[in-house]
Design a protein around this ligand. Sequence first.
Ligand code: GSY
Length: 170
Amino acid sequence: MNTAYVGLGSNIQPRETFLTESVQALEDHQQIIVKKKSDIYETLPVGYTKQDNFLNMVVELKTDLSAWELLEYCQSIEKEKGRKREVRWGPRTIDLDILLYNQENIKTEQLFVPHPRMHERAFVLIPLQDVNPDAIIPTQNKSVSAILDELPTTEKKGVARWLGKNGEEG
Ligand code: GSY
């Protein structure tokens, strides 16, 4: 069985529903077992900043799908949730990124794993730390917690545990 980490993000309402339905869609696949789910975080947009805040989370899964088959399934979930790739870095109903697939380095036109900028992004690293602080990012040869320790505080400030629509946990 392969171990993969998938990052999910949404900044179009209903953001929380897009996240939970997408995790459910991963769980519904016969060849995927979702082992762990991070908390949900509300995060300031990185890159193109003139857009609404995101909700982000990460799941750890076991699968006998290849990385390409997993990518295809993630893209089918994005499509089903109405994601349109209009503005490259712009708003999205749901984004599913394969962050890590075992300890593999994959560099193809369709698929780059580890996700190329994940080691710079608190909105990826903080939820990833929830599910596995010891996961090694092979391109950096360091654990998630070690990379997070070195990340500037300013980056981490834009990531806050999501307390739900009514400001309540759970
Ligand atoms: O790479 C995923 C899409 N994305 C995000 C995101 O998921 N969260 C935050 N906070 N900023 C982002 N910018 C982009 S692009």
